[in-house]
Design a protein around this ligand. Structure first.
Ligand SMILES: [Mn+2]
Length: 322
């Protein structure tokens, strides 16, 4: 499959690399690393990484705004479905290739490389770039590591395997980038965010079945001088709380006129609930968009039932063991 992808890349003079809406570091790092590597390998081609950026991730690199495009290859990274691609001209592509680590949702193109056992799209690309002998420099290696670190939450999840460490070791040995530079790009944050985090911690509501949630209105966001994206991105700070199985941040997004939902789980599978509410994602990390806080309540109720089922299954299993 890797070879077929390279074969298609060779055919086109113009290549667009896109990823999902609501940019995150894995999505952005994967498109920048692939772009920069292909630009070195094929200097005569026009290769662009597209989509809306975010001030928060501006340290990672710069996206492109290409103007007129015709007969181009579209490579979609880190995105399982068409509606979540952050690029308006998907239909105009001569061909679409998908490389992704999300569970399969729908076919986008004729060539799809999906490995949902991997913790990040950057990890897939590390393997792809290495095996296909594509050019790498210190900056590209650092960018790939940055995406891997962000999606794996610093090797926290079981998607991290010996091959993850082997790939990291391979790149770090050959292109020794400075680890603390990566963490600065990812984790340095203003105190207003820490204060908002404190507010969330103080005000989480906990259901009987282990769903913790908070609803942040636009007023809350303005009061903490934050934005809905950075509030939602705090979701990863609430893992490993004894009483909490699933946690949700519901943030009013007046720019888009809806409510942004971020969900994480440390047991129950949640992506089917996110899909029911116009979203999706991974088994334990998903997002959705709902029209109002009342709809968010319905989603929270559904998550509560998922937790209820999960607790019952766990109890049954325990009984069997005894
Ligand atoms: Mn990802």
């Amino acid at each position: 499959m890797y070879r077929q992808i390279i074969k298609e890349i060779k055919k086109y003079d113009t290549i667009i690399i896109a990823r999902h809406i609501g940019v995150d570091p894995d999505a952005m790092c994967s498109q920048l690393a692939l772009r920069d590597s292909l630009r070195i390998k094929y200097p005569q081609k026009s290769i662009y990484a597209v989509g809306n950026g975010s001030a928060k991730f501006s340290g990672i690199g710069i996206l492109d705004k290409p103007e007129i495009l015709h007969d181009f290859l579209l490579i979609v990274l880190d995105t399982p479905d068409k509606k979540r691609i952050d690029f308006a001209k998907v239909e105009e592509a001569s061909m679409i290739i998908k490389i992704d680590h999300h569970p399969f949702v729908e076919e986008l193109g004729t060539l799809e490389y999906i490995d949902d056992t991997k913790g990040s799209t950057c990890e897939i690309l590390m393997d792809f770039i290495k095996k296909m002998h594509l050019p790498v420099n210190r900056e590209i290696a650092k960018t790939l590591y940055c995406g891997l670190i962000s999606d794996s939450n610093r090797f926290l999840y079981d998607t991290t395997t010996s091959s993850t460490f082997e790939l990291v070791s391979y790149y770090l040995k050959r292109y020794p980038f400075v680890l603390s530079d990566v963490y600065k790009d990812l984790y340095l944050r203003p105190i207003k965010e820490v204060r908002l985090q404190g507010y969330i911690e103080e005000n989480l509501t906990l259901t009987e079945k282990g769903v913790a949630y908070i609803k942040l209105t636009n007023e809350d966001i303005v009061r903490f001088k934050a934005d809905s994206a950075s509030a939602g991105n705090m979701i990863n700070h609430f893992n490993f709380i004894e009483e909490v199985l699933v946690w949700v941040i519901a943030t009013e997004d007046i720019k888009n006129g809806n409510i942004r939902i971020n969900i994480r789980s440390r047991g129950p599978i949640i992506n089917h609930v996110a899909e029911k509410y116009h979203g999706g994602g991974h088994a334990f990390a998903s997002g959705a968009r709902v029209s109002c806080f009342e709809e968010a309540d319905l989603l929270i109720q559904d998550l509560n039932s998922v937790c209820d089922d999960y607790i019952k299954v766990c109890e049954n299993n325990e009984n069997k063991v005894q």
